[in-house]
Design a protein around this ligand. Structure first.
Ligand code: F0G
Length: 462
């Protein structure tokens, strides 16, 4: 073989067949649009956004294989062909025999929380996720964060910041008793920590712990293929395994899992719950008819289930997941050239800018991350999302603001949607805002909803 003499780049494993025009606006226009949206990127009109990095949820480009499948939708009320095909793929790739479709991830979170939790219980998890914790709390549980301390430090370079701290688990069991812990809630990668994975070794340790104490172990497998990719890259013994093999091994340690299909599966809508436990399955299958629809469609069209089934086949392709993670890494490498602080190591689905460091003159009560997201939008029309004190909400018992250590702006990458030049434009905009950061002023609430306030809150400049 010839000696390698030049750096060889990777490229997207697809070419573009359909395009959607996007609109570039003026700074004055965006200033007005931001004010009208109460300085909340969730309340902005998509039409006013140039490059939309709000979320990777449901914003993916489907493949021609998925679109072709959409035409094969069997829209029967009961027993759709697409449901059975999706179920087959859930068995094949996640290794779970039982399955209930839902319209998105939080519907599955709702069901599993209601089924497993009794009021007064405790649910430990590797950092909270907004909808996950809320459903656990609404079912009567107290959420306890048992992630390793490193996860709360944005510049710590631990390769598996999604790991659970076994000592924290041990302590909780001692304090409240295993019988008051219905399940351990483990996500991978951990969204709020910056898209950080857990290691297989840690998962096995948690599995052994759970088995010993007869506590169930449930998996938020929403972005599980990203976690599998990081295990392949970083953990000894996994370099030669396929993403599908690693995913299957991960899932084998869990009693069940829930998925927001709007991420890994590269569709625009969908979710599901899958489990090894027949009793839990039967309860979920019964509950889904109350909240979602019959158990063979769960709030979805037949065509949506077909796109999901085909998305599962594509999500485990190495080229596909490598492109996904490496695109985020590319963005991080460019941002680092400007010395802009963001969460290390670079995560699987997003760059998380460290707003506490960037806007260090703004106190957390004046929402530095919310402010930074607004400033970036006004500068260039790039839309990101607050992941700090606003997202964290109030403690349901005391009513006080929960003050997370991490005060971040998430710039999230939809799958197969943007090119390297879009990323370059985003990076230059963040760099510009960073240069002018000292002039930026904070925000105050003018409207604060009760649940998941970050979605609908309105702000004004202080
Ligand atoms: N779990 C994780 C880890 C998630 O990131 C999400 C959604 C859900 C559960 C809930 O799923 O939206 O389908 O109901 N995350 C989106 C995001 C909203 O932007 O990170 P859903």
């Amino acid at each position: 073989m010839a000696k390698k003499v030049v750096k060889r780049s990777w490229a997207e494993p697809f070419k573009i067949k359909v395009v959607e025009p996007i609109k570039m606006t003026t700074r004055e226009y965006r200033e007005k649009a931001a004010k009208e949206a109460g300085y909340n990127t969730f309340l902005m009109k998509s039409e006013d956004v140039y490059i939309d990095l709000l979320t990777d949820s449901g914003t993916n480009a489907m493949s021609d294989y998925q679109w072709a499948g959409m035409m094969l939708g069997d829209e029967a009320y009961a027993g759709s062909r697409n449901f059975y095909y999706l179920w087959d793929n859930v068995k094949k790739y996640y290794g779970m025999p039982y399955f209930v479709p839902t319209h998105q991830g939080r519907a599955a979170e709702h069901m599993i929380s209601k089924i497993l939790i009794k009021p007064g219980d405790y649910v430990p998890g590797n950092m909270y996720f907004t909808t996950t914790r809320l459903h656990q709390e609404l079912a009567g549980a107290t959420f306890v964060d048992v992630i390793i301390d490193e996860a709360h430090e944005s510049s710590n370079e631990h390769p598996f910041k999604g790991n659970i701290d076994l000592k924290k688990l041990e302590k909780l069991v001692k304090e409240v008793g295993a019988k008051n812990i219905p399940y351990i809630s483990m996500a991978g990668p951990v969204n709020m920590a910056g898209g950080q994975p857990f290691s297989m070794k840690n998962l096995i340790d948690v599995y052994e712990f759970a088995k010993k104490h007869k506590i169930k172990l449930w998996f938020d497998a929403t972005r599980a293929t990203e976690n599998a990719f990081f295990i392949k890259e970083r953990e000894k013994g996994y370099a030669d395994k396929t993403i599908a093999q690693i995913l299957k091994e991960m899932c084998s340690y869990f009693d069940g899992l829930w998925v927001s299909a709007k991420k890994d599966l590269m569709v625009n809508i969908g979710g599901f719950l899958a489990t090894k436990n027949k009793k839990v399955y039967e309860e979920a299958r019964n509950m889904v008819v109350i909240y979602e629809g019959l158990h063979t469609y769960g709030g979805l069209a037949g065509r949506d289930m077909e796109a999901m089934a085909r998305g599962i086949e594509e999500m485990v392709e190495y080229e596909n997941i490598r492109m996904r993670v490496k695109q985020v890494e590319y963005a991080g490498i460019q941002l680092a050239k400007y010395k802009i602080p963001f969460v290390q190591p670079i995560g699987g689905h997003a760059i998380f800018l460290d707003a506490k460091k960037i806007l260090s003159h703004i106190p957390q009560e004046q929402f530095p991350a919310q402010t930074l997201a607004t400033e970036i939008f006004i500068d260039s029309g790039v839309r990101g999302m607050e992941r700090g004190i606003v997202s964290s909400g109030r403690d349901p018992k005391t009513g006080e603001n929960r003050k997370p250590k991490l005060e971040l702006v998430r710039l999230t990458f939809p799958r197969r949607v943007y090119t390297q030049s879009h990323i370059d434009v985003m990076v230059e905009s963040v760099a510009e805002v960073y240069e002018n950061r000292k002039k930026v002023k904070g925000l105050k609430f003018i409207y604060e909803p009760k649940y998941l306030r970050f979605f609908q809150a309105k702000f004004d400049r202080v």
